[in-house]
Ligand binder design. Structure first.
Ligand SMILES: Nc1ncnc2c1ncn2[C@@H]1O[C@H](COP(=O)(O)OP(=O)(O)OP(=O)(O)O)[C@@H](O)[C@H]1O
Ligand SMILES: [Mg+2]
Length: 385
């Protein structure tokens, strides 16, 4: 096992600069998820780490050793690609066994007929067979071991690719959306298996996913990538509750964070809808700013509030309910998290007033950078209005 260190890596394809200086240090045994919009360069970064693509500038180290002059095969990384890259002429069982056979058997031992006569081959082959069977059972493809990839569904092929990656004992695992083609049940199950495997092996994982729940539940840290850069890399609760930038706040969290226009008055006080809040910035920015409020930071209130509107849509998920409110003067919809018991007060068309906890307010300057230094003007009352 080994940590990974990526320093100032750039990459361009023709005119397009895909990676604009990406740096990321991943500790030995750490599980880091890479998330970001489609096309932001996640797979490209993974392929550079793996040695399947060369960077423009910058360096990649595995276990402290620069790997620029190491071929992909020598980097001892186990990868699952977005496209599964199975050997079409081999069966499922043989596909999973490939990396084990490559490592445990020498060239002669791997020969189809002669190999079996070489001393020790059979014992190793039996062990490999057991390993493959265990992985296949875990991934529920045990009954498919004799089929060829062409006879499998997309999700089944993905599990074979995953099985092939997981039977190895590499320096690190690089997984590119390994569960994207699985149905919901298998996805949850495989997610748990990978998390357990990570704990058991204490292996280094770099895990690309579009699934927020996967990123939030499996990772030690989440790296949010956008526009060719990593905007923030931090533990899941930190990227959610304490984002560095507005893009991170908007990318992480479902339903999305509410972003409302805010003004910073000349004395630093924040003003929402022409109403001064009991909150001020300590220094710096004045004028245009943004207020980020997670759906759970909002509450219904009675009486006056700068946030008033009508219920336009609601989604009751059973354990919780998300309600969209059209705020008249804002031309924005706000999402509020409520409990299903509150649905009587939240029927379509109902006028409502909202309140929020100032301590949960995320303030961003005109440039999208988070403003963290804030002063609460009325320490006792953290409520608005
Ligand atoms: N071989 C290539 N030649 C030219 N452009 C490429 C090549 N590979 C990737 N790109 C471009 O680089 C950008 C990043 O691609 P990449 O596959 O890394 O994105 P991604 O973040 O993995 O996206 P997704 O989430 O959709 O998988 C994209 O705009 C893509 O079109
Ligand atoms: Mg990709």
């Amino acid at each position: 096992m080994a940590g990974l260190s990526i320093e100032n890596v750039t990459k361009r394809f023709g005119e397009t600069e895909v990676l604009k200086g990406v740096s990321l240090d991943i500790a030995d045994g750490e599980f880091v998820s890479l998330v970001g919009p489609s096309g932001c360069g996640k797979s490209t970064l993974l392929r550079i780490i793996a040695g399947l693509e060369t960077q423009g500038a910058g360096s990649v180290r595995i276990g402290g050793t620069p790997v620029e002059d190491q071929r992909a095969a020598d980097r001892n990384l186990s990868m699952v690609f977005q496209s599964y890259a199975l050997y079409p002429h081999l069966t499922v069982g043989e596909n999973i066994a490939v990396p084990l056979r490559m490592r445990r058997l020498n060239g002669v031992q791997r020969l189809p007929l002669v190999g079996g006569l070489m001393p020790g081959t059979r014992a190793v082959a039996r062990e490999i067979g057991q390993h493959v069977a265990d992985a296949a059972t875990m991934l529920e493809i045990g009954h498919l071991l004799d089929r060829k990839p062409g006879q499998l569904s997309g999700g089944q092929r993905q599990r074979v690719a995953l099985g092939r990656a997981l039977v190895r004992d590499p320096a690190a695992f690089l997984l590119d959306e390994p569960l994207s083609n699985l149905d919901a049940k298998l996805r949850v199950q495989t997610r748990a298996e990978i998390a357990q495997l990570h704990r058991r092996l204490a292996a280094t994982f770099v895990y690309v996913t579009h699934d927020q729940v996967e990123a939030m539940t499996m990772s030690d840290r989440i790296a949010v990538m956008m526009g060719g850069r990593i905007l923030q890399c931090a533990p899941p609760d930190v990227v959610y509750e304490d984002p560095d930038r507005i893009e991170v706040a908007e990318f992480i969290g479902s339903p999305k964070i509410n972003i409302l226009p805010l003004e910073i008055l000349p004395d630093g006080r924040l003003s929402l809808q022409d109403r001064a809040l009991d909150l001020a910035v300590v220094e710096g920015a004045r004028g245009v700013a943004s207020l980020g409020l997670r759906p759970e930071a909002l509450r219904l209130k009675s009486g006056d509030s700068p946030l008033r509107g009508r219920v336009v849509h609601s989604e009751n998920l059973g354990s919780e309910m998300f309600v969209q409110i059209d705020v008249a003067d804002l031309q924005e919809r706000i999402t509020l998290r409520a409990t299903p018991e509150q649905r009587g007060a939240l029927a379509l068309g109902t006028p409502v007033a909202l309140d929020f906890d100032l301590h949960k307010a995320l303030i961003f300057d005109a440039d999208g950078a988070r403003i963290r230094r804030l002063r609460h003007l009325n320490a006792a009352a953290s409520e608005v209005a």
